[in-house]
Design a protein around this ligand. Structure first.
Ligand code: SF4
Length: 531
């Protein structure tokens, strides 16, 4: 479950952002002799980094500038051989500074959110190429490490957990195991979140449908037994023969139900386009659904495009990456694009970043998590859905109750901030908590470390990030949700009639954090020893 992270100021939000990739690249960087890379300044001409045996070289990338990511990976594999090689690249979207451009390694694992690919494009950095075989760390107590590793794997494999290989829902169906669940409770956005349930049509987008109809493989990341990645092959229609990875829940929502699209083949096609062009499919789907609503309401120049028009959607993905026509507007992201259309209220975004696949009217804690995320609308800074959907045994909580969500969101944020700093997969939290993380960190670092230390370290990280955002201009009143979620009632499923009680939840949350509204006071910084 080893990953690595890209940390920068986001071109999409202006906040701090951190985005995490699976695959094997993070481990390979370590095997090549590095814990991390700091990139400063920019090149005048296209370059890539070549990393091997403790050396980093900056090399000319003129030959691959303009290429899609799949061709870029193939180019470097032809140059350096496939063995022990990882290629992490930006695509055309990064080169044109699309605000939600990504970095992608191994063809499909992305630094997905926050527009980190545009930072690569601004630096004219096309790729990071690493060649290194497996190295065992000599710095740890091997026996102690074997013990905590075995305990962690036993916990992940336990049949009571969703992570259990070939038995748990996450392993069998991937993240898209959630589609039918969120649909039934009224937390699945439809038509740019104007509706909250996709009715019977959700089934055709679900992990169960994918497994029965187009699944061809279950790839995994380095050292992970879960194998939640799902490789599919489109069997019919205009994209027949396309093999790609992976039809995740988030894009099945953003490019599916939220665009009134129940064609899973078109969703797979657009995810593959995102993997090749280097774009975040969550932000992309939100940009498309926003533009479809603007079209419906007569707010666009020209024809626009209609709900569920998959052909236009597929064409628009390419246009956005190249910034051609309307694509230039939508490459700015749904928040800025809606503002330029004169209707910021139809962007489902927080601090400039689009929300994810959990409607805040049906999952109240997720809404608070979006509003208070330090990187803008995001489901991963506080994956409270694990409790609200009853995924983690013993943590179940009512998704429609707002009381208690302030403390719960803070706890999730602090716990995830710590596991993200170790760069463990977020899904480890479906089976493990602070005790397990503390045991692993203690062995890896050789320091005594407790569950309380885990939560304190996470709290310090979260406050430091928030302090950065405060200094960057995000002050009082900056933790918001779109009015649609707080004023327009849920239309269907179990949440019908509900709105998000954001104001009440923020009151609880700020009390738990010791903040003054969205601002970390000096006293809190002192208490946490943040200079
Ligand atoms: S659970 Fe899924 S995303 Fe996480 S490390 Fe394993 S295969 Fe990768």
């Amino acid at each position: 479950m080893v990953r690595w992270a890209c940390i920068t100021k986001s071109p999409l939000t202006g906040t701090v952002t951190d985005s995490h990739q699976g695959g094997r690249t993070g481990a390979r960087l370590r095997w090549a002799g590095f814990d991390g890379i700091v990139l400063r300044g920019r090149s005048e001409t296209p370059v890539y980094l070549f990393i091997e045996d403790g050396r980093i070289e900056i090399r000319d990338a003129s030959d691959v500038w303009g290429m899609g990511i799949h061709d870029t990976v193939a180019f470097f594999q032809a140059r350096y051989g496939k063995k022990n090689l990882s290629v992490n690249a930006i695509g055309p979207a990064g080169e044109t500074l699309c605000r939600y451009a990504t970095w992608v390694n191994e063809d499909d694992r992305a630094f997905g959110r926050g527009g980190t690919g545009a930072v690569g494009g601004a630096k004219k950095l096309k790729a990071i190429v690493i060649r290194a075989g497996i190295q065992k760390s000599r710095d740890v107590d091997r026996d102690a490490w074997k013990r905590v590793r075995r305990e962690a794997l036993d916990t992940i494999r336990d049949e009571k957990h969703i992570t259990s290989p070939r038995k748990g829902g996450l392993s069998v169906y991937g993240t898209n195991v959630l589609m039918n669940a969120t649909n039934s409770i009224g937390a699945l956005g439809v038509r740019n979140s104007q509706f909250t349930s996709f009715g019977d049509r959700a089934e055709a987008l679900s992990g169960e449908y994918v497994k029965d109809n187009i699944l061809v493989g279950d790839p995994t990341c380095h050292a992970c037994p879960v194998a939640c990645k799902k490789e599919v092959e489109i069997k019919s229609g205009p994209w027949a023969g396309l093999r790609m990875e992976s039809v995740e829940y988030e894009p099945a929502w953003s490019l599916g139900s939220n665009c009134d699209n129940d064609d899973i083949n078109s969703v797979a096609k657009m995810i593959d386009q995102c993997n090749d062009l280097g774009m975040d499919p969550i932000e992309l789907g939100n940009a498309l659904s926003m533009y479809m609503e603007a079209t419906e309401k007569g707010w666009v120049d020209g024809e626009g495009f209609a709900w569920g028009d998959t052909q236009s959607m597929v064409e628009m993905v390419e246009a956005i990456a190249r910034r051609e026509g309307v694509g230039d507007l939508l490459a700015e992201g749904p928040a800025l694009a809606a503002e330029r259309l004169g209707h910021p209220e139809i962007a489902m975004a927080c601090k400039g970043q689009a929300v994810a696949a959990y409607d805040p009217r049906g999952l109240k804690g997720m809404g608070l998590g979006y509003a208070t995320s330090n990187r803008g609308g995001c489901h991963l800074r506080a994956y409270v859905a694990a409790a609200e959907l009853g995924v983690v045994p013993g943590l179940e909580t009512d998704p429609l109750t707002w009381r208690g969500k302030g403390e719960l969101v803070k706890t999730f944020q602090d716990l995830h901030a710590f596991s993200d700093s170790l760069d463990l997969c977020k899904f480890s939290a479906f089976a493990m908590g602070a005790e397990e993380y503390a045991a692993q960190y203690a062995v890896a670092s050789g320091r005594s470390f407790s569950a309380d230390d885990v939560m304190l370290a996470g709290e310090r990280i979260y406050n430091l990030e928030r302090h950065y955002n405060n200094l960057a201009g995000f002050g009082r009143g900056s933790d918001t949700l779109p009015d649609r979620f707080t004023k327009e009632a849920s239309t269907g499923g179990g949440s019908k009639g509900h709105v998000s009680e954001l104001g009440e939840m923020l009151g609880e949350y700020y009390a738990a954090r010791g903040w003054q509204d969205a601002v970390v006071p000096a006293e809190k910084l002192r208490q946490l020893e943040i200079p």
